[in-house]
Design a protein. Sequence first.
Length: 163
Amino acid sequence: MITITPRRLQMRDLARNIYQCTPLKMMFVFISLCFMLMAVCAFRPASAPTVITGADNGKTVVVPSGEQVIIQLPDNAGSTGYTWNFTTSRNQVLTLQNSAYIPPSHPMPGAPGTIAFTFLAHDSGSVNMYFELRRSWEKNVPPAQRFTVTIQVQSHGTGPSHR
């Protein structure tokens, strides 16, 4: 009768097996590991955008470069004629990607929705954003509301630190 006892693979056995691999096998293992690493890096989740609301009026917000910045402000342009307009102190730091109206979750006549301005932070630096709520046909009239925020964009190496 033959008895087979399982042998524990020890570290020196593993090292010997790797050392005895042919260069072709080692290259295959290396290439396979490289492809797995690329696949893992390619499918990492994107960072969530930074959302700035009316509660952030007058604040400074720090975001990493490459991140989206969404500024959401209450909007009732359909029934009142007031619209948000913005200016910046420096336009090289952020690029406007789009603006979209978000209707109220419970639509009622006259209920305000939200306007969302989406920007892409691409260059390191600081930018002051100035928003004014006004009617386009009213000249020499102060805005009904103002919103300001300073956005500091940091390069990837410095890491984010929101609000």
